[in-house]
Design a binder for this molecule. Structure first.
Ligand code: ATP
Length: 322
């Protein structure tokens, strides 16, 4: 393999740049050429390709976002449009691809491999951590620490004003961020899609806390909780009466910022591992880190199998909050 392409796609995640640096420098170290594809699958469809060298990835390991930009592309979900992308990739002399992104990106990668035989290795880059085949995704640790910082600040206000706050964190289909932030922030409750906690029960728990003398509380809500987001849950809790509460949505602040050391290291390891996997003739798989070891997982399993929430941590956080 003489030339590989690399791109970032879907939601940006802190550590994507550290991963690009590792991909580019590992490939150059193996005497390969590297083509950067801008704006994910959207750029691939328009042939937005650029040569990358050692200097292209200088001084970026500490930066959030992605220097190659990222995008979501509806067009790429059409088979004929993917065929067009695959043709452009092949015409550019690209013989293997590294795709950095979340589950949608990995689904697209499987299409390029399955439909067009372009060897491709996925790298899990999403703050959501909802990907099977890796203990953590790139960006997750930074997002958790960013949200935790905000929650610590909100707690100051909650304590001073003796108030209850519902704080919504990202996580459309999974409660990984909410659980980690809630456990680390000493939240009184953690509401995640994996556990059905009805509003009545939430209200009952709050009143029980007030009865025990609790004057302020933080309840962390994953955005995908089945009862609704923080605003909706706060509204319904108020309707039950006897509770004054506020709701805060942390939103996109969780996506940006300087990656933590842990994310930079994970990104560096996975970026290098992705290139080495291509060199070893692997394709249609994702690199991940499980129990400290680099492992390969078929792309189809990365979204087909569900990564479970850490139930032990959930129980512990609930027990300590009681
Ligand atoms: P995040 O988890 O941060 O949202 P993501 O990679 O899951 O990241 P998506 O927007 O879901 O983000 O997917 C990125 C892109 O991958 C989509 O815009 C689309 O172009 C492509 N894609 C998603 N699903 C498919 C699919 N089933 N088939 C082909 N391409 C897909």
């Amino acid at each position: 393999m003489n030339t590989i392409g690399v791109f970032t796609s879907g939601g940006d995640a802190p550590g994507m740049n550290a991963c690009l640096r590792a991909v580019v420098r590992t490939a150059l170290g193996a005497d390969m050429r590297v083509v950067g594809i801008r704006r994910g699958y959207a750029g691939m469809l328009c042939g937005e390709f650029e040569a990358m060298n050692h200097a292209s990835v200088s001084n970026i390991i500490q930066l959030g976002g992605t220097i190659l930009k990222t995008a979501r592309s509806k067009d790429f979900c059409e088979r004929d449009q993917r065929a067009c992308s695959a043709r452009l990739v092949k015409e550019a002399g690209v013989e293997g691809l590294v795709a950095i992104g979340g589950d949608g990106t990995l689904r697209g990668a499987q299409c390029l491999w399955g439909e067009h035989g372009i060897p491709i290795i996925g790298v899990p880059g999403t703050i959501d951590n909802d990907i099977y085949g890796t203990d953590e995704t790139i960006g997750y640790d930074t997002a958790v620490n960013t949200a935790l910082d905000a929650i610590d600040k909100i707690r100051d206000t909650a304590t001073s004003h003796e108030r209850l706050f519902f704080v919504e964190v990202m996580g459309r289909d999974a409660g990984f961020i909410a659980l980690s932030v809630g456990a680390a922030g000493g939240a009184e409750m953690i509401l995640v899609p994996e556990h059905d906690t009805g509003v009545e029960e939430i209200h009952r728990t709050i009143l029980a806390g007030i009865g025990q003398g609790k004057v302020s509380s933080i309840i962390v809500v994953a955005e995908g909780d089945e009862e609704g987001g923080a605003l909706e849950i706060a509204r319904r809790v108020r309707q039950f009466g006897g509770v004054e509460c506020r709701a805060t949505i942390l939103g996109h602040t969780q996506r940006g910022g300087r990656p933590t050391a842990r994310d930079r290291i994970l990104a560096s390891e996975l970026g290098a591992a992705a290139v080495n996997a291509l060199l070893a003739g692997k394709a249609g798989q994702m690199v991940g880190r499980v129990n400290g070891e680099i492992v390969l997982t078929p792309l189809t399993d990365t979204w087909g199998k569900k990564k479970p929430l850490d139930e032990r941590l959930y129980e512990l956080a609930m027990a300590l909050a009681a």
